[in-house]
Design a protein around this ligand. Structure first.
Ligand code: S3P
Length: 443
């Protein structure tokens, strides 16, 4: 196994600013980057990717496929070339696959490897080893997969003995793109049809990319249907900027008076733009400009986003509203902290099993910078400071990249700023985050 970066290390202090001004581009979409390597590896021919996110999570996915015999060039300035080996061309890895901090690598690979004719073991860092895997292991077992792991197959390491799978019809207990995608990647290798129905529709990047590689994917309401797929064809993929990374700068600009920031080339797939809808409901000035059709970026719509500082108001955010903004919970909490009035987020139980328990960690982090809030079982209630400043203080990222970036943005509105330990975690999804922040922050 290769050594992973220590994402629990590093500390940094973010000081108050007089605005975020200018233009930024954010790195490529993390979800789409993972999928490009996975599908490219099992496709026939070459897949050429540009705009690939060179974050730690995506490097874990590249390393995993290299260990199964796939030749992958790059990443070099966002360019990755994958020499696909076809649906039957992966080889048994010689060692345990280390997914690092990445839930997406783990869950999608578990689905994909369940149908490959060899033995594999997946593990990850201390955070990933606490995250629930039963949600994928159980339905995969119904398809005929043979997977075992700690805690009755719920925790990493997982050991997978590849077998012949049968399609199933399955209603997922949670809206989860990782779960849906694991079943789709197993489904295309299974005999017969696989039908997956979700309670709400999670991000659909796997469906879009499977279609791009030539698979037949049907979507009906909240259901997705795939059949046994003989061949995927390598292709060119241009990955748009990650809206989940853009979200930090959107909120940073909104809460810091004197801001006007243009964020270029952001993916605006409707299953991901919940953050724009929630912030607009809070009264944000956000314009989506130059929206492209879907061809330019390989099946994904792209736009520029212009944000101006706004006095936000507290709102109610429901579980359904949160599904297309699932990764934005920490930064929505920061927006709420500097809004006028109370914000209540409900139906957010899934946030307890992300890279950290994001409900508990955000509640504690906001308290330590002087923002009153109340943690609830499935959400949080936050008393916004309106035009006031927070005192600021010290917080710990718990190795969670999105906590570190959300609290960094809070620092822009704190008298003493915010000191963050575990700041290296930003490299999981946004290498260069602090450099970009220093460039656009007006002091
Ligand atoms: C992801 C799905 C989401 C999200 C994660 C990336 C994906 O997780 O939180 O950051 O790429 O499929 P869940 O499927 O667990 O909701």
């Amino acid at each position: 196994m290769t050594a992973k970066k220590d994402i629990f290390s590093g500390s940094i202090r973010v000081h108050p600013a007089k605005g975020l001004r200018g233009e930024v581009s954010v790195p490529g979409d993390k979800s789409i980057s993972h999928r490009s390597v996975m599908l490219g590896s099992i496709a026939g021919g070459v897949t050429e990717v540009t705009g690939f996110l060179e974050g730690e999570d995506n490097l874990s996915t590249i390393a995993a496929f290299r260990s199964m015999g796939v030749k992958i060039d790059g990443p070099d300035n966002g360019r990755v070339v994958i020499h696909g080996r076809g649906m039957d061309g992966l080889t048994e890895p010689e060692d345990v696959i280390d997914a690092g901090n990445s839930g997406t690598t783990t869950r999608l690979l578990t689905g994909l490897l369940s149908a490959q004719p060899f033995f594999s073991v997946i593990t990850g860092d201390s955070s990933l080893r606490k995250r629930p895997m039963k949600r994928v292991v159980e339905p995969l077992a119904k398809m005929g997969a043979r997977i075992s792991g700690r805690s009755g197959g719920n925790l990493l390491p997982l050991a997978i003995t590849g077998s012949k799978l049968k399609g199933i019809s399955y209603r997922t207990p949670v809206a989860s793109a990782q779960l849906k995608s694991a079943l789709l990647l197993a489904g295309i290798q299974a005999e017969g049809e696989t039908i997956i129905e979700e309670p709400e529709r999670s991000r659909d990047h796997t469906e879009r990319m499977l279609a791009l590689f030539g698979a037949t994917v049907k979507t009906e309401g909240n259901s997705v249907i795939v059949g046994s797929t003989k061949k995927l064809n390598g292709c060119k993929i241009k990955i748009p900027g990650d809206i989940s990374s853009a979200a930090f700068f959107m909120v940073g600009a909104l809460i810091t008076p004197g801001s006007e920031l243009l964020i270029r080339d952001v993916g605006v797939n409707p299953t991901r733009t919940g953050i724009i809808r929630i912030l607009k409901k809070m009264g944000a000035s956000i314009e989506v400009l130059n929206k492209s059709g879907q061809r330019d970026s390989s099946g994904e719509p792209v736009a520029d986003i212009l944000v101006k500082s706004s006095l936000l108001k507290g709102v109610e955010v429901s579980g359904e509203e949160l599904v297309p903004a699932i990764d934005e919970f920490p930064i929505i909490c920061v927006a709420a902290a500097f809004a006028h009035g109370r914000t209540r987020i409900t139906g957010a139980r899934e946030l307890r099993v992300k890279e950290s328990d994001r409900i508990a960690v955000m509640s504690r982090s906001l308290s330590s910078i002087g923002v009153n809030n109340r943690e609830e079982e499935e959400g949080i209630e936050i008393e916004g400071l309106g035009k006031g400043e927070a005192i600021g203080g010290e917080v710990e990222s718990h190795g969670d990249h999105r906590i570190a970036m959300a609290m960094a943005m809070a620092g822009l509105r704190c008298v003493k700023g915010v000191g963050i330990t575990g700041a290296s975690s930003v490299d999981v999804s946004f290498p260069g985050f602090f450099e970009i922040l220093s460039r656009v922050a007006v002091r």
